[in-house]
Design a protein around this ligand. Structure first.
Ligand code: GDP
Ligand code: MG
Length: 721
């Protein structure tokens, strides 16, 4: 008979969980996700012997405490959903460290199979693991696999299915935590089962351990279920704690952790693991690290790597960008000829084709950036960047883990603050986390890139790569300073000790790079087809209606008739008619809702020198930063007086006397730091747990950007004059 069987895939970060998940289910996973779902949950399917297996990929964690959201999600899933079997993926090359999490699964009392991954890497390092012995000592099946080449997957799934069907829980005795804790735990277990405390949710022993560990989430939950019993249990915990404090000057949590490690050590030392080489020998990775994370050379190399990335991107993306642009120009011209004049045509060309095409035009740039970034990430270099920056980040009241959130948000190039804000979940201190998620949107996300690239290309064409590096550094420095400010004021307090894992270097596979690049690029394209399309149409409506009063339209018509009546020669006629068209379009824009908003905003925007057209684009940018460049394009093409320049926004701006490099620098700064886009703000609200933080980020960032842009434009103006 066939049954629905659920298997949970769990393990440390970097143990190869995603690779195994893909190898089993064949499904590609999505990295990072959009609001609506708090934590990404991936599911895949597998058929075996008539059984339909659902594989759930849990977040990677080192532990199952309640310190990070990932850990809480993973353990909540395991206790509440009770999968028939846990496939615990363990990195053979880091056996001892990985087994720490395994111990905690044992405590939960779930049927389990160990997938011993990366046996190839272990072998390269001269490590041999006796899987039969390991299995016997741990009391659970152990199947060696190489997830990367899908080796051993069939055997693993067979064993997992058997375990799930039989429901066999680990055979060996429980781990001992030393006499004091063991005695207390036994006593607590009795009381817990007598009272039936949270019996439907947790195994009694696990509950006892969590109370001893001082797990806040569980303590609160237990109190909610039965205040009296919980108080009694906590009294017991206090007694052990006092005793341990007096005898060993330590707390139960530390004792429990020590004994888990001790248990692992004893198993591994019983001939399970043999080293062929001298254990102190430096692995290739360590040798590379000696150079790449060197105190002096490390940062220099890092800057060099970034320069190379930008250079690579700008050099190679230029030609394909041209192709995409020509394609959309052709489309627009086609529509222009085929369709009859009217609002529908205008909406299709200005709203849809220019709006979406303008965004898609940057796909090649984004793709090259993503490719370079995927290379750095997959090779393990980005982890080194985080490692090196940890020391610097501490000075600013942040954490090495904040580095990843910044990078995901676009800290190197072309990220997105939405997954960036979510990436802050790995931060354990609430205040560090808040400071990180409020400053992550300062990074140059993929949506800001096009407009930055356009402005830089127009006003600082000779130094594109250098300028890109400058904006990147500026983003980091500003984010750090603001974080420091927040940590000294509204987010004053605690910081956490940092343990950073350095994964070994790996040469990325071409396939892996392509998949990563494509996933991210595809998400950008999808956004262009949905959010951006909607926003573009909305902006078109705002920029078109209510239109000019009837009488004004008739006046323009009369002007045209007058020109026609004079019957000048063909070229002059066309030019004069064009001028009238432009004036009419210009007036229509000024009179439109967007035009009025833009003009109204000049009350404040004259200080940093932004005109009303720019204001329209910036307001649109709050909906989605991608539309800034296309909206500017529309706003300027409508009013351009020089018909020759109307084709390209860059040319229009370059020939406009109002647009100086200084003004554009101020605008660059403003765009970099003003309010995060709508989606990011909603994500901040969700992650921070209060709409106030969302509002704060909108107001604070916009004010801050405004002051900075004004400073650049006004003070810069003093020096340049
Ligand atoms: P996760 O963090 O647990 O999801 O780990 P990933 O699946 O992303 O894997 C981390 C890295 O290890 C990737 O670069 C994989 O290609 C690599 N990897 C995974 N399994 C193996 C394996 O069995 N052998 C080798 N050599 N590399 C592997
Ligand atoms: Mg993964």
């Amino acid at each position: 008979m066939s049954r629905e069987i659920t298997m949970a895939l769990a393990g440390n970060p970097n143990a190869g969980k995603t690779t195994l998940f893909n190898a089993i289910t064949g499904a590609r996973q999505h990295v990072g996700n959009y609001p609506g779902v708090t934590v990404e949950k991936k599911e895949g399917f597998y058929e075996l012997k008539g059984h339909r297996l659902t594989i759930v990929d849990l977040p990677g964690t080192y532990s199952l405490t309640a310190y990070s959201v990932e850990e809480v999600v993973a353990r909540d899933y395991l206790v509440k959903e009770r999968p028939q079997v846990v496939i615990n993926i363990v990195d053979a090359a880091n056996l001892e460290r990985n087994l720490y999490l395994t111990c905690q699964f044992f405590e939960m009392g779930l049927p389990m199979v160990i997938a011993l991954n990366m046996v190839d890497v272990a072998k390269d390092r001269g490590i041999t693991i006796d899987t039969a012995k390991l299995s016997a000592l741990l009391g659970v099946p152990v199947v060696p696999i190489v997830a990367r080449t899908a080796t051993g997957i069939d055997a693993l799934m067979e064993v997992a299915l058997q375990t799930a069907l039989s429901g066999t829980v680990r055979a060996s005795e429980s781990i001992s935590y030393g006499e004091d804790v063991d005695d207390a735990l036994l006593e607590m277990e009795e009381r817990i089962s007598a009272a039936g405390l949270l019996a439907e949710l947790y195994p009694t022993r696990w509950l006892g351990i969590k109370l001893l560990e001082g797990d806040r989430q569980i303590i609160d939950q237990a109190k909610g279920a039965d205040q009296a019993v919980t108080e009694a249990l906590l009294g017991k915990v206090d007694a052990v704690s006092d005793h341990l404090q007096q005898t060993m000057e330590t707390v139960p949590e530390a004792i429990i952790a020590d004994h888990r490690y001790g248990y692992i050590k004893s198993i591994v030392r019983q001939g399970v693991l043999t080293h062929q080489f001298d254990e102190n020998r430096l692995y290739t990775s360590d040798k590379i690290d000696k150079v790449l994370t060197n105190r002096f050379f490390g940062p220099l190399i890092m800057v060099g790597v970034l320069m190379a990335l930008y250079h690579f991107t700008f050099t190679y993306s230029e030609v394909p960008i041209g192709w995409v642009r020509s394609f959309f120009d052709l489309l627009a011209r086609g529509a222009d000829q085929v369709m009859a004049d009217g609002p529908l045509k205008s909406m299709l060309i200005s709203g849809v084709i220019h709006g979406v095409g303008g965004v898609l035009g940057f796909v090649p740039l984004i793709m090259f950036m993503f490719f370079g970034l995927a290379f750095l990430e997959d090779s393990g270099y980005l982890a080194r960047v985080a490692f090196m920056l940890d020391r610097v980040f501490r000075i600013f009241g942040l954490h090495g883990n904040s580095v990843m959130a910044y990078i995901v948000s676009g800290g190197i190039a072309g990220g997105c603050a939405v997954p960036g804000v979510m990436a802050t979940r790995t931060l354990r201190s609430h205040r560090e986390r808040m400071a990180t998620l409020l400053t992550a949107p300062f990074m140059n996300c993929g949506a800001k890139l096009p407009v930055l690239a356009m402005l830089i290309g127009t006003f600082f064409a000779e130094y594109q790569a250098q300028f890109m590096l400058f904006t990147t550094l500026l983003a980091w420095i500003t984010a750090l300073l603001v974080a420091k400010f927040l940590r000294l004021t509204i987010l004053k307090g605690e910081s956490t000790p940092f343990v950073m894992e350095l994964p070994p270097y790996r040469f990325p596979t071409f396939k892996g790079l392509m998949i990563h690049t494509w996933e991210k690029t595809w998400r950008y394209i999808q956004k262009a087809g949905t959010v951006i399309l909607g926003v573009s149409i909305l902006l078109w409506v705002l920029m078109t209606y209510p239109g000019l009063p009837e009488s004004r339209v008739r006046e323009f018509e009369a002007e045209r008739q007058a020109v026609l009546a004079q019957a000048p020669e063909a070229a002059a006629l066309k030019e004069r008619l064009n001028t009238i068209d432009r004036r009419q379009a210009e007036l229509t824009l000024e009179n439109s809702m967007a035009g009025r908003i833009g003009k109204g905003l000049t009350v404040v925007s004259w200080l940093p020198g932004f005109d009303w057209r720019t204001n329209i684009a910036l307001v649109g940018g709050f909906a989605a930063k991608e539309v800034i460049v296309t909206t500017l394009g529309t706003a300027y093409s409508l009013g351009a007086l020089d018909p020759e320049a109307s084709g390209s926004l860059a040319k229009t701006l370059a020939s406009d006397p109002h647009w100086t490099p200084l003004l554009s620098l101020g605008l660059i700064v403003f765009i970099m730091f003003y309010s995060p886009c709508m989606v990011t703000v909603s994500c901040i609200i969700k992650e921070a747990g209060s709409w106030r933080w969302g509002l704060f980020s909108v107001l604070f960032n916009t004010t801050f950007a405004y002051l900075l842009a004004t400073l650049v434009y006004r003070v810069g103006g003093l020096f340049l004059r």
